[in-house]
Design a binder for this molecule. Structure first.
Ligand SMILES: [Zn+2]
Length: 432
């Protein structure tokens, strides 16, 4: 069999395409055909192209070629992404800046000018690669995200979306660095996990009920983030999970509600005393749905969080038996699942923590203004809930926790306000 030299073969075909203007002919010779318009999701030219770009572009190219073969007039428009984090990070590094605040000090306009200069650094490499991999795209008339025409188009689109009532303000819970003042992408979060040993807390949430079966009874819950406790507004239980009411070993004539599947784990951790099968059987068993709607005493007094729906037990579908007590302490603004549950239940969206990672002014218990993730602050929180009779036990817990890759600060899961487009409402039309 004859040896085939693939690179030579490819170059021969590329030359043929170029010399005969094949790409432009697929458009110019089909004036009457139906358009199929492709805008490339624009690459950033301040970095070298990599093999992953080749892969993504193969998919893009295949779809367009397929449409061409089906008789469409396929217009392929190139673009350059000149905005966003990749550009800013590169310039930050170059100028030795480490935070949003330092950029502001340096001057936003000056910083933007540096960014603008940097975005064309590897344009030539990109063009060479584009040509060599045989990716057909009109690079002579690209859209560039920093040009006023492009920006105005985006504004025009947003206005249209607003007029249709599809633009709305909401929160999104993000891994957030309170020192840098910025949310982190999942890629960035993945770079900063560290094993930490810290105090987690098992807590009593004392039930308020006139029903005799809930007198002198608390629901036991667990948290690894004591700083979220002032923001607690709900407890989540699995409606189909079996719960059991057992005696509180640390408080006479008192009872604790715990998910039955979690008991073994709690025995092993030494949180509660082992119970014999016989003994366990003698205590009341019930499904989580029975607990839904029960009210409990708030741990902290936060007037903004007091509504008719607050400080209640809600059913949820994210409860597991792998850790904790099968009851999840819910602080609406500090966890994605918490936020979703809060939205469904109509719970207040109020921050007890500032964007600087400190407790808000006016928070009771001497917590106002304190750095929330500081070990000293956690000690104060622990002693406060101990004074109030709600601390059941501290437990030293080892787990992976994310830190900011830039400044090593512990990240907080934090609800940040933002604008959203209600895509779900138009999904059906888009898929037809
Ligand atoms: Zn940071």
């Amino acid at each position: 069999m004859a040896e085939v030299n693939f690179p030579a073969l490819e170059e021969k075909i590329l030359r043929f395409w170029q010399q005969n203007n094949i790409f432009s002919k697929t458009i110019s010779q089909r004036r009457r055909a139906t358009n199929f318009v492709f805008y490339e999701g624009p690459p950033t030219a301040n970095g070298h192209p990599g093999i992953h770009h080749v892969e993504a572009r193969c998919f893009k190219d295949i779809i367009c070629r397929y449409k061409t073969m089906r008789g469409f007039r396929v217009i392929r428009k190139a673009g350059w992404d000149t905005h966003g984090l990749p550009v800013e990070l590169q310039i930050e590094k170059q100028l030795g800046l480490n935070s949003k605040k330092e950029i502001e000090k340096y001057g936003i306009e000056k910083f933007n000018r540096e960014c603008r200069k940097s975005v064309w650094l590897y344009k030539k490499d990109w063009e060479n690669l584009t040509e060599r991999i045989g990716f057909w795209i009109d690079m002579k008339n690209p859209y560039i995200t920093y040009e006023p025409e492009y920006i105005e188009t985006v504004w025009w689109l947003l206005k249209k979306i607003w007029e249709k009532g599809l633009l709305y303000k909401d929160y999104k819970v993000l891994p957030y660095c309170p020192r840098c003042g910025t949310g982190l992408s999942s890629h960035e979060v993945a770079q900063g996990y560290k094993k930490v040993k810290e105090n987690s807390l098992y807590l009593r949430f004392n039930l308020i009920s006139s029903d005799p079966q809930w007198q002198n009874t608390a629901i036991l819950s667990w948290t690894t983030t004591p700083w979220t406790l002032p923001g607690n507004v709900a407890l989540a239980v699995g409606p189909e999970i079996e719960y059991v009411k057992v005696p509180d070993s640390a408080k006479e004539n008192y009872w604790l509600v715990i998910a039955k599947p979690n008991l073994n784990l709690l025995f092993q951790q030494g949180i509660i005393k082992p119970l014999s099968e016989e003994e366990l059987k003698s205590y009341p068993h019930f499904k989580g749905s029975i607990l839904a709607g029960l009210k409990y005493q708030p741990l902290f007094k936060v007037p903004e969080l007091e509504t008719e729906r607050s400080y209640q037990v809600y059913p949820a579908d994210f409860i597991t038996s792998e850790e904790g007590t099968g009851v999840v302490h819910t602080a609406v603004m500090y966890g994605e699942e918490d936020y979703q549950l809060g939205k469904k239940a109509g719970l207040p969206t109020f921050h007890t923590v500032t964007e600087e990672g400190r407790f808000i002014e006016g928070l009771e218990g001497g917590l106002a203004g304190l750095e929330v993730k500081h070990p000293e602050t956690e000690k104060i929180i622990t002693s406060l809930i101990e004074e109030r009779g709600t601390l059941f036990q501290e437990y030293l817990y080892e787990h992976d926790y994310p830190f900011c890759w830039r400044c090593k600060t512990a990240l907080l899961y934090y609800a940040k306000p933002g604008w959203f487009i209600a895509m779900r409402q138009v999904k059906k039309n888009l898929l037809i």
